[in-house]
Design a binder for this molecule. Structure first.
Ligand code: GLA
Length: 373
């Protein structure tokens, strides 16, 4: 599958880990439809690791869904997910075992792709644990991609090799629709900050067809669940979400959407932030020189710009961003009309520069348009 925009959805891993089952998947599907998440674009409901029995079927060789967790089988779950208008995602691994020790797809790629097609899967996250080291990782992703492309269903391949083996150089050629470029996120400021910063120079590899995936969001987890850590404030969560949108990254929610709080729901369905993430031109951000913080800019379609001023430090600072660094010299009589992407409010026109105090671990984010002065 060739995604034209960064895929959006929900994945079980961050909150649920191995505690997944038929009922919570159905409740999650209900919640995605009822809260408006689906309408906002979150269309994939992905079951991550730990969904199967520990052994393949002795006769058919197929992976079997865990009979206690999924007593009705996986097709029934998938049918329910589809009945809500969502797409259904599954998980496997390029190695002999998944990262949590369940059967992996190594040497069973074509059989497993057929099995996922029988389930009605639309998405496959494909991990990198327990792979035989005499087989090149590139070949393993080519294999599963070949298997998926010939399984009779349009399935998006979501590669997950954590940025290993110079993945940026070859992953697009395998047919993957997105690819994890970093290690696993946890629910803390330092985790999402370091993940984002590690990829600032790699978003240029992200484009329609294959997107740089900086992991499932921890936004709204409030430190509950499988990747709990230091936890984040709401200010930090809005910074995380805004960074993912500036990155044009896939937006896979990781919080328990059955009990999503209003602040989180409003944030992740914010039309201005989603417009930045989902911009059809899918151009990479670039970092701009300035003072007092990190400044990122992205050219959007229709002549607009996304501008983000970030304060990763522990102190409040005025961030100074001169427009000459984005190709707007002071000699031309033009300025930027700013819309605050958090609130949708028009913040007037700035000429030559923005100077704005930004709180610690916070940001300002705008959609801007060049106007005559
Ligand atoms: C790896 C992946 C995670 C998750 C787990 C499941 O660590 O990077 O996103 O899928 O495996 O075991």
């Amino acid at each position: 599958m060739f995604p034209k925009k960064p895929p959006m959805g929900f994945n079980t891993w961050n909150t649920f880990g191995e505690n997944i089952n038929d009922e919570m998947i159905r409740q999650t599907a209900d919640a995605m439809a009822d809260t408006g998440l689906l309408k906002a674009g979150y269309e994939y409901l992905v079951i991550d690791d730990c969904w199967s029995e520990r052994k393949r079927d002795a006769v058919t060789g197929k992976i079997i869904p865990d009979k206690n967790k999924f007593p009705n089988g996986m097709k029934a779950v998938s049918d329910y997910v589809h009945s809500k208008g969502l797409k259904f995602g599954m998980y496997s691994c390029a190695g002999v075992l998944t990262c949590a020790g369940y059967p992996g797809s190594f040497d069973h790629e074509f059989l497993d792709a057929e099995t996922f097609a029988e389930y009605g899967a639309d998405f496959l996250k494909y991990d990198y644990c327990f792979r035989p080291h005499d087989v090149n990782g590139t070949i393993l992703y080519r294999r599963i991609s070949m298997a998926l492309q010939n399984c009779g269903r349009d399935i998006l391949l979501s590669a997950c090799n954590w940025g290993a083996d110079n993945v940026h150089d070859w992953i697009r050629s395998t047919g993957s629709g997105m690819y994890r470029s970093t290690g696993d996120i946890n629910d803390s400021f330092t985790s999402f900050r370091d993940i984002f910063l590690s990829q600032v120079n790699n978003f240029k590899y992200s484009a329609p067809g294959c997107f740089n995936d900086i992991d499932m969001l921890t936004v709204g987890m409030h430190n509950k669940g499988n990747v709990a850590s230091a936890g984040c404030t709401d200010t930090e969560y809005r910074l995380e979400f805004a960074l993912w949108c500036m990155a044009g990254a896939p937006l896979m929610l990781g919080c328990d959407v059955r009990s999503i709080d209003d602040t989180t729901l409003k944030l992740v369905t914010n039309p201005y932030l989603l417009r930045i993430d989902q911009d059809e031109e899918c151009r990479p951000l670039f970092q701009v020189k300035g003072e007092g913080g990190n400044i990122y800019v992205r050219i959007l379609s229709g002549g607009e710009l996304a501008i983000m001023l970030v304060n990763f430090s522990e102190h409040k600072w005025p961030v100074f961003f001169p427009f000459e660094h984005i190709g707007l010299p002071t000699s031309v009589k033009k300025g930027l009309a700013l819309t605050n992407a958090f609130t949708g409010e028009n913040e007037g026109v700035e000429k030559e520069y923005i100077r704005k105090p930004v709180e610690p671990h916070d940001c300002a984010i705008y959609i801007a348009k060049v106007v005559d002065l």
